[in-house]
Design a protein around this ligand. Structure first.
Ligand SMILES: C[S@@+](CC[C@H](N)C(=O)[O-])C[C@H]1O[C@@H](n2cnc3c(N)ncnc32)[C@H](O)[C@@H]1O
Length: 247
C-alpha cells in the first residue's frame, strides 16, 4: 500500500485556538459524538481500554480526556484501588468531565498539555489518547511524552480516526465526515466550530505511517487494529524496557 508522502507531522492550528474551540463545544460534545458515530464511539473506547491490558489496581493517564468517557471506562477496569488521571487542554472539557464522573474515587481530572505532562517519568502503568492526537502540534513529540510517563514495558494506546485503506471508501468517508460533522453540530448551534474536526484529519498520517511515528518516538512492539470498517484505528506500543526489543 503506497504511503501518502504529504502526511503532516503535527496540527498547524495554534494551541490557544484548539483549546478555545473545544471549550466552546464542551456542552454539546457528547451528544454530537454519539449521533455522529451512531453510538459506535462506546465500542471503540472499550477496545482502547482492552488494549491497555490493565487490570484491578492499575494506574493510567488518559491524555486529551475531553469529557472523560474513556477515563471513566478505564476507572471501571482498574477499580477503586487503581488510579486514573484525565488531562485536557480545554478547561471546559475538564469541568464537564468532573461534573460527570467526579464521584469516582480512583478518577481525577486536571488541565494540562499533552506535550508537557505534569507527571514524573514512569509514573503510570499505561497511557491513552483517544481522538486527541490529531490536535497536537507535534505527533511524535506527543508519543514521546506519553512514553516518558509510562513504566518500562507499559502500554501507550492511541485511538484515532483514520482514512480507510480502500480508495473509494476512503474518499466517501472523508467527504461524508466533512459534511456530516458540521451538519449534526449545527443542530446544536455549533456548526462553525465543528468545521475544525474534519479539517484536522486532512493530511493526518495513515495507520502504518502513524505506527512508524510511534516507533520513531521510542515505542516498541507497535501494532494497530482497524475498527469501524477502517475509519478508526487503535494503535498500541510498549515503552522500552528490559527484555523488550530495542532495550
Ligand atoms: C475530539 S476530543 C476527544 C476527547 C476524548 N478523548 C474522547 O474520546 O471523546 C479532543 C480533545 O483533545 C484536547 N486537546 C487538544 N489539544 C490538546 C493538548 N495539546 N493537550 C491536551 N489535550 C488536548 C481537546 O481539548 C479535546 O478535549
Amino acid at each position: 500500500m503506497p504511503r501518502p508522502r504529504d502526511s503532516r507531522q503535527g496540527n498547524p492550528v495554534p494551541e490557544e485556538d484548539v483549546a478555545a474551540m473545544f471549550d466552546s463545544i464542551a456542552p454539546v460534545y457528547d451528544r454530537v459524538n454519539t449521533l455522529m458515530t451512531a453510538g459506535g464511539d462506546r465500542r471503540w473506547r472499550n477496545a482502547a481500554a482492552d488494549a491497555t491490558g490493565l487490570g484491578t489496581g492499575g494506574a493510567v493517564v488518559d491524555v486529551a480526556c475531553g469529557t472523560g468517557k474513556l477515563s471513566a471506562t478505564l476507572a471501571d477496569r482498574v477499580g477503586p484501588f487503581g488510579r486514573v488521571v484525565g488531562v485536557d487542554l480545554a478547561p471546559a472539557m475538564v469541568a464537564a468531565a468532573e461534573a460527570a464522573y467526579g464521584d469516582l474515587v480512583q478518577l481525577t481530572f486536571q488541565v494540562g498539555n499533552a506535550l508537557a505532562l505534569p507527571f514524573a517519568d514512569a509514573e503510570f502503568d499505561a497511557a491513552t489518547i483517544a481522538f486527541g492526537l490529531r490536535n497536537l502540534a507535534d505527533f511524535e513529540a506527543g508519543f514521546r511524552e506519553l512514553t516518558r510517563v509510562v513504566k518500562p514495558g507499559g502500554r501507550v494506546v492511541c485511538l484515532e480516526l483514520t482514512v480507510p485503506p480502500q480508495r473509494g471508501w476512503g474518499r466517501l468517508f472523508r467527504s461524508s465526515f466533512g459534511r456530516l460533522a458540521p451538519l449534526v453540530a449545527s443542530a446544536f448551534g455549533q456548526g462553525e466550530a465543528y468545521r475544525y474536526l474534519p479539517s484536522s484529519l486532512d493530511g493526518f498520517p495513515d495507520a502504518p505511517t502513524l505506527a512508524d511515528t510511534m516507533r520513531a518516538a521510542g515505542l516498541v512492539e507497535v501494532g494497530f487494529r482497524r475498527l469501524a470498517l477502517g475509519a478508526v484505528a487503535v494503535h498500541v506500543g510498549r515503552a522500552p524496557g528490559p527484555g523488550l526489543p530495542g532495550a
